[in-house]
Design a protein around this ligand. Structure first.
Ligand code: XIL
Length: 379
């Protein structure tokens, strides 16, 4: 009897020991928690931060930033209307501060953005001649990018130059400079900031037609012998279903161009989309409408769980292609800061991020962390 029981006892001890080891590994991961640590071997984890956070006035965000994130992007303060308000006037106060904050916390700091048709200063929209606009572009990129050479790790050089069908978006840049303005912007940036990585950034460029447009744009830059280091897929998605197949295909196709792939403005809206409703007029019809703002006080558990599931699927995909993905940045720190409370309809209560309005981790946060834990335990 003794001889039979002994191996069984050994087996039980062995199983017990490996269970404890597994638990210890999990506990060790929890102790080191903070998304940036959880995904340390995979990709950077970033957040867009607003002026209040840059000024270190947001008491709840302050401890969270260095604990959870190892990359930051300014949500607004490096956009033309703020950093370059008049032809010969620049306002570097907040930009200098975010650079200092990034340096202090050893964070990968992204400049956003040098060339974008939106949030331009009024003086730019008044420019009428090709020569003046070319001079603006040269001054703007030289002055800003060279100031932060060696201090800003990467720039979204051009933002949102494409239409949904992959053609070039009508903008003051396209109208006056022609479609070479994108290559030209990268050429100027590479000269002004040889030590920063240079990216093209856009939304919906995981969608097949727009993706094809982005790929030809990137190839055109490369063919001109101009440096482009990466592409940023913004990642403003909806709980109604993530385009996971398109995202995966995009990761593969963009990385085949020899550039880094990153997700630069991730958020998942849980609110109804006015464009899905026939005849929707975004800012007039639906402002203040309870139908379009269904969760003004709290998010129902079922939606909370659905949001977590979508985030889980997304991060499983990111982990599958971690060798091709260099960064995942959320567009905001907590739900309280998200631009999606005000867009595309003002005054709504949205829940698109991993931290709630009290800056506490949501079930979606745990789900994201668990995508990694399952891997560790299973490995
Ligand atoms: C948004 C900001 O979050 C808002 O605060 C601002 O009012 C408008 O711009 N794509 C981009 C970002 O590249 O710069 C935008 O940021 C969101 C969409």
């Amino acid at each position: 009897m003794y001889h039979i029981k002994q191996p069984i006892a050994y087996l039980i001890i062995l199983v017990g020991m490996s269970f404890i080891a597994c638990k210890q590994k999990e506990v060790a991961m929890n102790e080191k928690q903070g998304l940036k640590n959880v995904f340390a071997d995979d990709f950077l984890i970033g957040a867009a931060i607003n002026a209040n956070q840059i000024l270190e006035k947001d008491a709840k965000a302050l401890p969270l930033l260095p604990q959870e994130f190892n990359s930051i992007t300014p949500e607004n303060i490096m956009k033309c209307e703020i950093i370059h308000p008049e032809w010969d006037k620049y306002n570097f106060d907040l930009a200098d501060k975010i650079v200092a904050l990034g340096h202090k916390n050893d964070m990968f700091t992204v400049g956003h953005t040098l060339v974008w048709h939106s949030q331009l200063s009024p003086f730019v929209n008044k420019i009428k001649s090709k020569d003046s606009l070319a001079l603006f572009l040269e001054n703007h990129i030289n002055t800003i990018a060279s100031r932060y050479d060696g201090k800003i790790d990467a720039w979204d050089v051009v933002n949102e130059a494409l239409n949904e069908d992959g053609t070039m978006r009508k903008s003051i840049f396209l109208n006056l400079l022609g479609d070479d303005f994108v290559t030209e912007a990268f050429r100027l940036a590479q000269k002004a900031t040889p030590n920063s990585e240079l990216y093209y950034n856009d939304y919906n460029i995981e969608q097949p037609k727009k993706r094809a447009g982005a790929i030809s744009l990137i190839k055109k830059i490369q063919a001109a012998g101009v440096r482009i280091d990466g592409v940023g897929i913004q990642g403003h998605w909806s709980i109604k279903g993530l385009p996971l197949e398109d995202i995966e295909q995009s990761i593969l196709e963009y990385s085949a161009l020899g550039i880094k792939v990153m997700f630069t403005e991730v958020d998942i809206t849980v609110l109804p989309n006015p464009w899905d409703l026939k005849g929707a007029d975004v800012n007039q019809n639906f402002e203040g409408s309870p139908m379009m703002n269904p969760y003004p006080d709290t998010l129902p558990d079922s939606v909370q769980v659905a949001l977590a599931d979508e985030y889980g699927k997304l991060f499983n995909l990111f982990l599958k292609h971690k060798d091709k993905i260099s960064r995942v940045t959320f567009w905001g720190v907590s739900d309280a800061n998200s631009w999606l409370n005000g867009w595309p309809i003002r005054g709504r209560t949205n829940y698109p991020l991993l931290f709630d309005r009290n800056y506490l981790p949501k079930p979606a946060y745990d789900k994201v962390v668990s995508t990694k834990k399952v891997k560790v335990q299973g490995s």
